[in-house]
Design a binder for this molecule. Sequence first.
Ligand code: SAM
Length: 212
Amino acid sequence: MKEINGYIDSVFYKKDDLLEEVLTSIKENGMRSISVSPSTGKLLTMLVSMTKAVTILEIGALGGYSGICLARGFGKDGRLTSLELEEKFAQLSKNNLTKAGFGNQVTYITGPALESLENLSKEGKRFDLFFIDADKENYENYLEYCIRLAEPGALIIADNALAGGSVAEPSARIRRYTDSMKAFNKKVANHPQLESMLLPIGDGLTVSRVKE
Ligand code: SAM
């Protein structure tokens, strides 16, 4: 997996000073380096622009790396709502999105994402595209909320579908969340309201389309 991803990044990803600065800011703030891979980020930008998504909901902001990638795919009307547990992380993300020129197009909601999703649902909010990248144990719950909040035809994207390869490779180290990801993958693959595929890029990305 590592070699394949290294190859993909080396061919398809071009050095990006702004994103490099985001990664540096994450390290400088003593946060874990668990942003999406460079190629995953590029794919997120492409998926937003290909679907012409305007309203985007992200679950798990960290330092704003994926947020910038998502925002780069939308135009001036685009709006990113990002759910993040930690106030400090949301603040850093906001700073980084502002540096990237998207400060006025992003809203951070802090606290446990399940509570924020319940509130968004009560408010009747709808989104064109979702990116799930927070606590893996809740992915199945997040999926149910995303379907509830989805515009017809919306995309639901989730990172870490391969859990470091452990969902499939007998030699890979089993993660705390390996079983959660296996259950999530099975769910998106068989959900009657979704058509889905898993792309083996980065740590694995599921892409699901909510049927109209
Ligand atoms: N999407 C980010 C990126 O690629 O730039 C990386 C997100 S990181 C893998 C996971 C994030 O989810 C962390 O910032 C963490 O604080 C947040 N998180 C974990 N549990 C959460 C919860 N219950 N509600 C909201 N956010 C949560």
